[in-house]
Design a protein around this ligand. Structure first.
Ligand code: NAD
Length: 307
C-alpha cells in the first residue's frame, strides 16, 4: 500500500523535533495518533484533532505507519521492545520508521528476531534543526528497502524537503550518514571557535577575520551561516540540547570502533563537547562549545554591527 492522505500515522516522541514534525503531518491531512511520556506535549495536536494513545503498542495497533523520534537508542529500544512496546501492537507486515539519530542495533535485532512477521523497517534520521522540523524543510537520510521508502514517501514529504529525502543505502546507512554529518559539523564548530577566539584575541576584527576565512580555502557552511546565530544573537541553539549532541558524538565513535577505523580527531571533539556539557549543563545549546572558547579567551564573539 502506498501512503495517501488516509494513511494513519502513529508518532512517538513529541519533543523539540517531533512537535514540529507532527504539526506538519497534521497540516498535510494525515490522521495522527500520538504518544509521549509527557502527555502535555500533545495538547495542541489533540486540540487539532489528533488521537492520543496511552502506549506505543496502541499507537502501532491503530496506525498504518509508526514513526519514532526519540532521544537515544536506549529510548528507542524501550519503546519498541518494552512492555506495551511497538512490537506488541504492530500488525504483521506493518511499517516502523525510526527518525531518531541512533544506531542500527535495535532495528537489526528486531529484523532478526521477527523475520517471520514481514515488518517493513526504515531508518530515516534527519538534519535541519528544530527550525527545519517546524518549517517542514528537514533533510531525511533513509536506509532500508527502496520500495518501502517509495511507499511511505508522501508521509516523509510532509515533514521534509522532497528534493532532500535521500535513499542512502541498505538498512542502517541512514543512521551512519546522519552520525557522520553531525561528527563533521561539530568538528567544524570546534575548529571555527578555536580560530575565531585566537584571531580576535590577536587583534583582528571578528567580521574581518570571518570574511577573510570565507574568502579562503578554509571556508565552511558553519562559518558562512550557522555561526551567525551566535555572532548576532548570542544564540547557541537550545532547540538541540548539548546532552543529545554528546550522545551523537558518542554514537559516532561507537560506529567508528565497530568498523575498526581509528578516529583521534572525533574523540577529541567529543571530549570538548563533554567539557562544555559539564560546564554549562545538559540543556545548554548544541553550539555551546563556542562559548567555552569565548570564556577561555575572555572575549565574547559578537559582530559589532548587528548585535
Ligand atoms: P527531545 O528530548 O526534545 O524530545 C524527545 C521526546 O521523546 C520528548 O518529548 C520525550 O518526552 C519523549 N520520550 C522520551 N522517552 C520516551 C518514551 N519512553 N516514550 C515516549 N516518549 C518518550 O529531543 P529532540 O531534540 O526532539 O530529538 C529527538 C531525536 O532527533 C534525537 O535522536 C536527536 O538526536 C535527533 N535530532 C535532533 C535535532 C534537533 O535540532 N533537536 C536535529 C536532528 C536530529
Amino acid at each position: 500500500m502506498t501512503a495517501s492522505a488516509s494513511t494513519r500515522v502513529g508518532f512517538i516522541g513529541l519533543g523539540n523535533m517531533g512537535s514540529g514534525m507532527t504539526r506538519n503531518l497534521q497540516k498535510a491531512g494525515f490522521p495522527l495518533i500520538v504518544h509521549d511520556i509527557r502527555r502535555e506535549s500533545a495538547a495542541e495536536l489533540l486540540a487539532n484533532g489528533a488521537a492520543w494513545a496511552d502506549t506505543p503498542a496502541q499507537v502501532a495497533a491503530e496506525s498504518d505507519v509508526v514513526i519514532t523520534m526519540l532521544p537515544t537508542p536506549r529510548h528507542v529500544d524501550m519503546v519498541v521492545n518494552g512492555d506495551n512496546g511497538i512490537l506488541s501492537g504492530i500488525a504483521d507486515g506493518g511499517t516502523w520508521i525510526d527518525m531518531s539519530t541512533s544506531v542500527p542495533d535495535v532495528a537489526a535485532a528486531v529484523r532478526a528476531r521477527h523475520a517471520h512477521r514481514g515488518l517493513r523497517i526504515l531508518d530515516a534520521p534527519v538534519s535541519g534543526m528544530s527550525v527545519g522540523a517546524a518549517n517542514g524543510t528537514l533533510q531525511i537520510f533513509v536506509g532500508g528497502d527502496a520500495d518501502d521508502l517509495a511507499r511511505v514517501r508522501p508521509v516523509l514529504e510532509a515533514m521534509g524537503d522532497p528534493e532532500r529525502i535521500l535513499h542512502v543505502g541498505a538498512a542502517g546507512t541512514g543512521y551512519a550518514v546522519k552520525l557522520m554529518i553531525n561528527q563533521l559539523w561539530f568538528s567544524h564548530l570546534v575548529a571555527t571557535a578555536e580560530v575565531l577566539a585566537v584571531g580576535v584575541k590577536a587583534g583582528v576584527d571578528l567580521e574581518v577575520l570571518r570574511q577573510s576565512l570565507m574568502a579562503s580555502p578554509a571556508n565552511s557552511n558553519f562559518l558562512e551561516n550557522d555561526v551567525l546565530s551566535i555572532l548576532d544573537h548570542g544564540d547557541y541553539d537550545e532547540g538541540f540540547a548539548i546532552a543529545l549532541a554528546c550522545k551523537d558524538l558518542g554514537l559516532s565513535i561507537d560506529l567508528a570502533r565497530s568498523v575498526g577505523v581509528p578516529t583521534e580527531l572525533s574523540a577529541l571533539v567529543e571530549q570538548i563537547y563533554r567539557r562544555a556539557k559539564a560546564q554549562y549543563g545538559d540543556t545548554a545549546g548544541e553550539m555551546t562549545p563556542v562559548k567555552l572558547y569565548e570564556d577561555l579567551a575572555g572575549i565574547p564573539l559578537r559582530r559589532a554591527t548587528n548585535s
